[in-house]
Design a protein around this ligand. Structure first.
Ligand SMILES: *[C@@H]1O[C@H](CO)[C@@H](O)[C@H](O)[C@H]1NC(C)=O
Ligand SMILES: *[C@@H]1O[C@H](CO)[C@@H](O)[C@H](O)[C@H]1NC(C)=O
Ligand SMILES: *[C@@H]1O[C@H](CO)[C@@H](O)[C@H](O)[C@H]1NC(C)=O
Ligand SMILES: *[C@@H]1O[C@H](CO)[C@@H](O)[C@H](O)[C@H]1NC(C)=O
Length: 423
C-alpha cells in the first residue's frame, strides 16, 4: 500500500500471476462463504437507509475451507456490499449482499467516502487502485442507495469550484462528512492514486466537497486545521452537537514531506495526546492536550466512530492501527470523551492486532468494525473474527460477534460517567 512497499506488492502480484497461471479468477467471490473467508482489508464502510455499505478493499479467500488460498492472494472487491441494520444478526451467519458495479475502475482501496445521509447518497473519490492496475482518469463517483441494500452508481458532474485536474487525488487523508459537506485533510499522492503520476508526495491543505452545490475547494491557511503542513494517515470524526456548526476532531498520522520521498516510519508524527479540532464552517481551529489512558503513537490505519449521549457527552471510539516507526500493529482500543478530553482504555479486542479496517456507528450504541489485518503479509492469515465483522457495545464496553437491532439508546459507559462525577 505505502509506496515504498511497491516492490514487494509488485512481487506478490507477479508471484500470484504465476500461481494462478492456467486457472481462472472468474470463480472468485467478493463475498466468500463464511468458511472460505480469510481476510478483507482496506475497505471503507458507511451507513445509508438502515444498511451498512462496504466499499472497495481487497479480499483473500480459501477454496476448500482450509489452507489453500484461491486466486491471487489479494483480489480487489468488484461489488458494493451491504448488511441490513433493521434486524439482528450474527457475524458467523449474516448474509452480505453484493451489488455489481457498472465499471471495473470502481474497485478501489481506501476510497474517500463522503456520506450525505439525508439524501441517501455517498460520494467516492481518491483512494488507490490495487496493484496500480487498470487505472483511469479521476472522477467523483456518486452512489444512490435504495431501501434494500442496493443502489446505483454514477459519475458526478462538478459545475463550480475547482476542476478535478487542478487537484491531486490521494489516499490516507483524514476523511469525514458533516451532513452538508465532505472533507479530506492531507493524504498522499502516489503512482497508484493518479493515472500518469510517477512520484509519491504527501499533500497539504484540506479538500471540501459541498453536497448541494457540488463545489470542490482546497485551501491551506485559515482553511485546513494544519495550514500548509502536509499530514498523512490522520483520522477525522465530525461531532454535530458541539457549537453552532459542530466540530471535526482530528487525531494521529504523520507530518509528511512535499519535497522528497521519505518512508512513513521516518516522518515526524502527531502524538495522540494532542488532539486538533475545528469548526468546519468558520475553519477556526483549536488543539487540546488530553489526559487519561493516552493511546500510544505514532498511529495510522486505525478506525474511529463517534457517539453522542442525550446528557450532552460525546465519545470517539478508536481501534487498532499501525505504527510504521516500530513496525508493529496495535491490538488495542480506546474512547476519547468530550468535553473532558479524557481517554479510557477499552478491553483488549478479540481476534488479534488489526489495521486497515473500517468502523461505523450502528444500532444506537454499537460499533461495527469491518475487516482489517495485522502486518501486510497477514492478509493471508485467516481472521479469527467470522467474516471480519466485529462489534463493540459502547455502553456495556463489551466486544461481541452479533449485532442487536433493538439495542437501547447510547449512554456513556460507567467508567466515563464516574470520571465526570469526580470533577
Ligand atoms: C475483480 O476484478 C478483477 C479484474 O477483473 C479480478 O482480477 C479480481 O479477481 C476480481 N475480484 C474478485 C474477488 O473476484
Ligand atoms: C429488513 O430490511 C430488508 C430489506 O433490506 C427486508 O427484506 C426485511 O424484511 C426487513 N426486516 C425486518 C425485520 O423488517
Ligand atoms: C491543496 O493545495 C495545496 C496548496 O496549494 C497543495 O499543496 C495540495 O497538493 C492541494 N491538495 C490537493 C489534494 O490537490
Ligand atoms: C498540538 O498540535 C497543534 C497542531 O499540530 C500544535 O499547533 C500545538 O502546538 C500542539 N500542542 C502541543 C502542546 O503539543
Amino acid at each position: 500500500m505505502a509506496p515504498h512497499r511497491l516492490t514487494s506488492a509488485l512481487l506478490t502480484s507477479l508471484l500470484a500471476t504465476i500461481l494462478t497461471a492456467g486457472t481462472t479468477d472468474a470463480a472468485l467471490l467478493d463475498v466468500p462463504s463464511p468458511k472460505n473467508y480469510v481476510r478483507r482489508a482496506l475497505a471503507r464502510a458507511t451507513v445509508l437507509n438502515n444498511h451498512v455499505y462496504i466499499e472497495g478493499g481487497q479480499i483473500t479467500q480459501y477454496e476448500d475451507g482450509f489452507s489453500s488460498i484461491r486466486g491471487r492472494v489479494e483480489n480487489q472487491v468488484n461489488s458494493t456490499l451491504s448488511i441490513p441494520l433493521n434486524e439482528s444478526w450474527k457475524s458467523e451467519s449474516v448474509t452480505i449482499k453484493a451489488t455489481p458495479k457498472p465499471f471495473e475502475s470502481l474497485a478501489r482501496n481506501r476510497w474517500y467516502l463522503w456520506t450525505d445521509t439525508k439524501n441517501g447518497v455517498f460520494y467516492a473519490w481518491g483512494g488507490y487502485w490495487p496493484f496500480g492496475l487498470e487505472m483511469v482518469t479521476d472522477e467523483v463517483y456518486k452512489f444512490t442507495a435504495d431501501s434494500r441494500g442496493g443502489g446505483e452508481w454514477g459519475v458526478e458532474t462538478l459545475p463550480n469550484g475547482l476542476r478535478l485536474d487542478q487537484i491531486s487525488p490521494g489516499e490516507a487523508g483524514a476523511v469525514t462528512s458533516t451532513g452538508t459537506m465532505g472533507i479530506v485533510i492531507g493524504g498522499q499522492a502516489t503512482p497508484w492514486t493518479q493515472l500518469g503520476r510517477d512520484n509519491t508526495r504527501q499533500l497539504s491543505g484540506m479538500i471540501t466537497f459541498d453536497f448541494e452545490s457540488k463545489a470542490l475547494m482546497n485551501g491551506t491557511q485559515k482553511f485546513s486545521p494544519f495550514g500548509d503542513t502536509p499530514v498523512v494517515g490522520a483520522s477525522a470524526e465530525f461531532i454535530s452537537g458541539v457549537g453552532e456548526n459542530g466540530i471535526v476532531v482530528v487525531m494521529g498520522g504523520h507530518v509528511g514531506r512535499t519535497d522528497k520521498e521519505v518512508p512513513l516510519g521516518e516522518m515526524d508524527f502527531f502524538d495522540m495526546r494532542n488532539v486538533t479540532f475545528f469548526d468546519p464552517v468558520t475553519k477556526e481551529t483549536w488543539s487540546q492536550v488530553t489526559t487519561g489512558d493516552i493511546p500510544p503513537s505514532p498511529r495510522i490505519g486505525f478506525c474511529t466512530a463517534a457517539f453522542s449521549s442525550k446528557e450532552g457527552g460525546h465519545e470517539i471510539f478508536i481501534f487498532g492501527g499501525s505504527n510504521e516507526r516500530d513496525y508493529l500493529v496495535y491490538e488495542d482500543a480506546y474512547v476519547l470523551s468530550l468535553p473532558g478530553f479524557v481517554w479510557t482504555k477499552l478491553p483488549t479486542p478479540p481476534g488479534g492486532r488489526r489495521a486497515y479496517h473500517t468502523c461505523v456507528a450502528v444500532g444506537n450504541r454499537q460499533v461495527l468494525s469491518v475487516g482489517g489485518r495485522g502486518r501486510e503479509d497477514e492478509i493471508q492469515i485467516r481472521d479469527a473474527i467470522p467474516q471480519g465483522l466485529l462489534l463493540f457495545d459502547m455502553t456495556a464496553t463489551e466486544w461481541k460477534l452479533e449485532y442487536d437491532s433493538n439495542a437501547a439508546a447510547y449512554e456513556s459507559a460507567n467508567a466515563i460517567k464516574d470520571w465526570y462525577k469526580k470533577r
